[in-house]
Design a protein around this ligand. Structure first.
Ligand SMILES: *[C@@H]1O[C@H](CO)[C@@H](O)[C@H](O)[C@H]1NC(C)=O
Ligand SMILES: *[C@@H]1O[C@H](CO)[C@@H](O)[C@H](O)[C@H]1NC(C)=O
Ligand SMILES: *[C@@H]1O[C@H](CO)[C@@H](O)[C@H](O)[C@H]1NC(C)=O
Ligand SMILES: *[C@@H]1O[C@H](CO)[C@@H](O)[C@H](O)[C@H]1NC(C)=O
Length: 352
C-alpha cells in the first residue's frame, strides 16, 4: 500500500468512522435534553409533594425495572423513550433530585396535574405549573453557571440542548372541558385557546431568554378519545370519541401552529418545532383495545386503584388508566414525535 493510498483511506473514512464510533459508543445526538410537561413526562417530581396527582404505587410501574417511580403508566413514558432514541444511556433525572453532574445532560421538570395556567394545577394541590418549572430551570442554570465557571459558558451549553415542552392537557381536562360541557361556560373555545396561547407565548419566550434555541413544542392529542372523556360524556354518534371535546382542543393546536411560526420569525436563532405524537396513518401495531383502561380505575379520580388489578396483555391496550397511555402506546407515539423533532438535531450529528 502506497503512502497516498493510505492518505486517501485516512481522509475519506475518518469522518465516517468518527460518526460511527460516536453512535457505537453511545454518545447521544445532542449533549443535553430538558423536559417540561405534565403527567405524560413526569418521572417522579410529584412523589414528595402534597398532591392528588401522585402515583408512586403499584400497579403503576409494573413493567418498569425500578417499579413505581411516580411515572403515570406501567413502564416508560414518552420522555424516557425519546431520551433513548436520542442515544442517552440513562433517563434524564427528575428536577426533584437531579445532581450537579446530572444537570449538564438535562433535567426533567415534568409534574403531573400541571398546566399553562397557574390555577389549573391548584385543582390537584401542590403541583409544579409551567411558570414554576421555568423558575426551577433558572435555579438549574445558576448551578450550571457555577459549575462551568460563568453564565456565558452555561448559555453556550444551553444553546446546544434540545428542549421538549408539552403543556395544556390539564388546562383542558380539569379546567375547561367540564365547564364547557355544563353549557354555562363563560368562555368560548376560541377565547379559552387564546387565553392559553397568550400565556404560553410568554412562557416560551422566557425559555428562549434562558438560552433555549432548539425547542420541540407538543400539540395536544385527541383528548376526546381518552377513557375519562368517554365515561363522562359518551362517544359521539358515528365515532369512538367525544368529538365536541376533540373540536375544542383542536382550536388550541391551530393557534399553537401560528405561535410557533411567530416565535421562529421573531426570535433570532430560534428553532421551535411543532411536534405531534400521533399521525393519521399510524399503525397501532399490536394494540387492539383503543378505549378501555388496562388497570382497575378509581371512579373518583380515574387513576389506577392502589394495589388494584391490571390487565395481563398490556401491549394490547392503548390506555393504562383513564388518562394515560400504556408504555406500548408510548413507544409508537415517541417514534412519531422523534421524527417531528428531527430537524432539531439533524445538523448536530456526532459533533458538538
Ligand atoms: C431520587 O433518587 C433516588 C435514588 O436514585 C430514588 O430512589 C428516588 O425515588 C428519587 N426521587 C425522585 C423524586 O425521583
Ligand atoms: C395538603 O393539602 C390539603 C389540600 O390542599 C390540605 O388540606 C392539607 O392540610 C395539606 N397537607 C399538608 C401536610 O400540608
Ligand atoms: C345520536 O343519534 C341519535 C339518533 O339519530 C339522536 O337521537 C341523538 O341525539 C344523537 N346524539 C348526538 C350526541 O348527536
Ligand atoms: C406484536 O406481538 C408479537 C408477538 O408477541 C411480537 O413479536 C411483535 O414484535 C409485536 N409487534 C409490535 C409492533 O410490537
Amino acid at each position: 500500500m502506497t503512502y497516498s493510498n493510505n492518505l486517501n483511506f485516512c481522509c475519506l473514512l475518518l469522518p465516517f468512522l468518527a460518526t460511527f464510533q460516536a453512535l457505537v459508543a453511545g454518545e447521544p445526538k445532542v449533549p443535553c435534553f430538558f423536559i417540561f410537561g405534565d403527567s405524560l413526562v413526569d418521572n417522579g417530581n410529584n412523589i414528595n409533594r402534597n398532591t392528588t396527582a401522585k402515583v408512586n404505587y403499584l400497579p403503576y410501574g409494573i413493567d418498569f425495572p425500578a417499579g413505581p417511580t411516580g411515572r403515570f403508566n406501567n413502564g416508560r413514558n414518552i420522555a424516557d423513550i425519546i431520551a433513548e432514541l436520542l442515544g442517552f444511556d440513562k433517563y434524564i433525572a427528575p428536577f426533584a433530585n437531579a445532581t450537579t453532574q446530572d444537570i449538564l445532560r438535562g433535567v426533567n421538570y415534568g409534574s403531573g396535574g400541571c398546566g399553562i395556567l397557574d390555577q389549573t394545577g391548584q385543582l390537584f394541590g401542590d403541583v409544579i405549573n409551567f411558570n414554576e418549572q421555568l423558575s426551577n430551570h433558572e435555579v438549574v442554570i445558576s448551578r450550571m453557571a457555577e459549575l462551568l465557571g460563568s453564565e456565558s459558558v452555561a448559555k453556550g451549553h444551553l444553546s446546544k440542548c434540545i428542549y421538549s415542552v408539552g403543556m395544556g392537557n390539564n388546562d383542558y381536562l380539569a379546567n375547561y372541558l367540564p365547564q364547557y360541557h355544563s353549557a354555562t361556560t363563560p368562555q368560548t373555545p376560541q377565547q379559552f385557546a387564546s387565553l392559553l396561547i397568550a400565556q404560553y407565548s410568554k412562557q416560551l419566550r422566557r425559555l428562549y431568554d434562558d438560552g433555549a434555541r432548539k425547542v420541540a413544542v407538543f400539540a395536544l392529542g385527541e383528548l376526546g378519545c381518552i377513557p375519562q372523556q368517554l365515561a363522562a360524556y359518551g362517544a359521539s354518534n358515528g365515532s369512538s370519541c367525544v368529538e365536541t371535546s376533540n373540536n375544542v382542543v383542536q382550536r388550541f393546536n391551530e393557534n399553537l401552529k401560528i405561535l410557533i411560526h411567530d416565535l421562529n420569525s421573531n426570535l433570532a436563532d430560534a428553532e421551535f418545532v411543532y411536534t405531534k405524537d400521533t399521525s393519521s396513518d399510524e399503525s397501532y401495531g399490536n394494540i387492539s383495545n383503543l378505549i378501555e383502561p388496562c388497570c382497575e380505575v378509581s371512579a373518583v379520580d380515574g387513576q389506577c386503584v392502589a394495589g388494584g388489578a391490571a390487565c395481563s396483555n398490556r401491549d394490547a391496550y392503548m390506555f393504562w388508566d383513564s388518562f394515560h397511555p400504556t408504555e406500548a402506546a408510548n413507544l409508537i407515539s415517541a417514534k412519531i414525535a422523534y421524527s417531528y423533532m428531527s430537524p432539531l438535531f439533524a445538523d448536530s450529528l456526532a459533533i458538538w
